[in-house]
Design a protein around this ligand. Structure first.
Ligand code: GDP
Ligand code: IMO
Ligand code: MG
Length: 433
């Protein structure tokens, strides 16, 4: 039996249910690794009475003995990481010898968070709606070659010099542009050296480690954070996050070559949501949007903000399929649509009098796109405990098959509830006989 190496990636604007699907698939993966983003992510895993929202730790950690890694592409707020590790310890989940961090991953510092929040205030009406966790400024420092890497936390002199250097411009900005208090390196150094001491036992070269394990016959699942349209290159720029979220970045985010990957599985909701600012052509304001939000409990798992809700958008998924080289998909939250008399699928947009079957190129055009809908009949009842596709209400089956037909992406999994077992698997992913 061949074990596969796969990438799991969000096909929309995040919160597609990646945590649930990664937890579910983790039983067939030896290693689960995050490759980008930081604690802007909130990946929910529900298993019986246990409901956990992972910000940094890969969602496979609840599966006994699986190795979980934070790759070099991840940005880490140590306080959040240790809070998460303590929470796992408190519920008896052991991480010894199976949780690791790339020594090259970058550290989110208090000045990154302050900068993130102050910049949003400066933008005023043009704000991005970030999570305020310092993600953007940390990636900026990485690219500006001012970043602090996990390994730097082990060297007092180096760490001090790096903090001093990074604060040279930032303190000027805080004081003279943003009207914020400045930082004194002496107030930061001790705390971050303590984090370094605590982090030391987990640090590895993620590339060397993963490649060696793959050579030994282990398989890997790479867990994306955010979603395709939050990608800094391919998303709805500038209303995006500050990392590449698409599958291509999974490889550089852990130090693995592309020839190792067998499948790319995209996760999409049976409808669409977005949290934060930026365009959203199929958004439903009020009415059915509120209904979906209430039924789907669509509130941000990190910030608690209400998620904007709208109809399924074929353009998004077709483009995400291409951008990620997706080979299959999991459709989540089908149960949330139960009870709606009519359900729309967006098959394209009208823009300035012409039909387009792709996303507008200019962000300015988004506000002028008018979705074109195909109307589908709804279905009734609670479907969350149904065990096979053929037992789902006929109209929900039609809906699923329509999505598959219009996007051209084969469906592997249909998720009909939060729980691990509220899932219908159509085609296996990680193993082939
Ligand atoms: P992620 O960031 O992609 O991991 O997604 P989040 O965890 O932020 O948001 C997904 C939410 O939907 C979580 O509260 C999940 O527990 C929940 N969820 C996932 N799949 C399903 C499903 O099929 N049905 C329902 N009702 N909830 C689901
Ligand atoms: P998961 O992994 C949904 C959004 C923010 C904001 C934009 C930029 O749980 O799917 P940032 O703090 O990253 O600079 O914010 O990106 N955003 C997410 N939206 N799910 C996420 O993660 C998100 N991570 C960031 O709301 O619009
Ligand atoms: Mg989330």
């Amino acid at each position: 039996m061949k074990k596969k190496n796969i990438i799991v990636v969000g096909l929309q604007w995040g919160d597609e249910g990646k945590g649930k699907i990664v937890d579910l698939l983790a039983k067939d993966a030896d290693i689960i690794a995050r490759y980008q983003g930081g604690n802007n992510a909130g990946h929910t895993v529900v298993n019986g009475d246990l409901s956990l929202v992972f910000r940094l730790v890969p969602s496979g950690i609840l599966n006994d003995k699986k190795i979980c890694i934070l790759g070099n592409g991840v940005v880490i707020d140590p306080a959040v990481l240790f809070e998460e590790l303590d929470a796992l310890k408190n519920i008896g989940i052991g991480i010894k010898d199976r949780f690791f961090i790339s020594y090259k991953s970058h550290i989110i510092m208090p000045y990154h968070k302050r900068l993130d929040i102050a910049r949003e205030r400066l933008r005023g009406a043009g704000m991005i709606g970030t999570t305020g966790r310092g993600i953007g400024p940390t990636y900026e420092d990485k690219v500006a070659r001012l970043g602090i890497r996990a390994i730097d936390l082990l060297d007092r002199n180096l760490l001090y010099a790096k903090i001093v250097l990074s604060l040279k411009e930032k303190n000027y900005l805080f004081k003279n542009v943003l009207g914020e208090n400045i930082f004194n390196p002496d107030d930061l150094i001790e705390e971050y050296l303590v984090y370094g001491e605590k982090m030391k036992e987990f640090l590895i070269d993620s590339s060397a480690f993963i490649n060696e394990k793959i050579n030994d016959g282990f398989n890997i699942m790479l867990e994306g954070a955010q979603g395709t349209f939050l990608d800094v290159d391919h998303g709805t720029y500038p209303y995006v996050t500050s990392s590449n979220t698409v599958s291509g970045s999974a490889l550089s985010g852990v130090g693995l070559g592309p020839t190792n990957i067998d499948e790319v599985i995209g996760i999409t909701k049976a409808y669409t949501t977005r949290v934060g600012e930026g365009s959203f052509p199929t958004e439903l304001k009020g009415g059915k949007g509120d209904l979906i939000r209430d039924k789907g409990e669509e509130f941000g798992s990190v910030t608690g903000r209400p998620r904007r809700c709208g109809w399924f958008d074929v353009n998004l998924i077709k483009e995400a399929k291409r951008l990620n080289g997706a080979t299959g998909m999991a459709v989540t939250k089908l149960d949330v649509l139960s009870g709606l008399k009519k359900i729309n699928i967006c098959t394209g947009y009208m823009l300035k009098g012409s039909f387009i079957d792709h996303l507008p190129y200019s962000h300015a055009d988004y506000s002028e796109t008018v979705p074109v809908y195909q109307e589908m009949s709804g279905w009734e009842g609670n479907i969350s405990d149904i065990k096979s596709l053929k037992d789902l209400p006929v109209n929900s089956q039609k809906y699923i098959f329509k999505i598959e037909e219009l996007t051209g992406l084969p469906i592997n999994i249909v998720s009909i509830g939060k729980e691990r077992n509220q899932t219908i698997i159509l085609k296996s992913i990680l193993r082939e006989g």
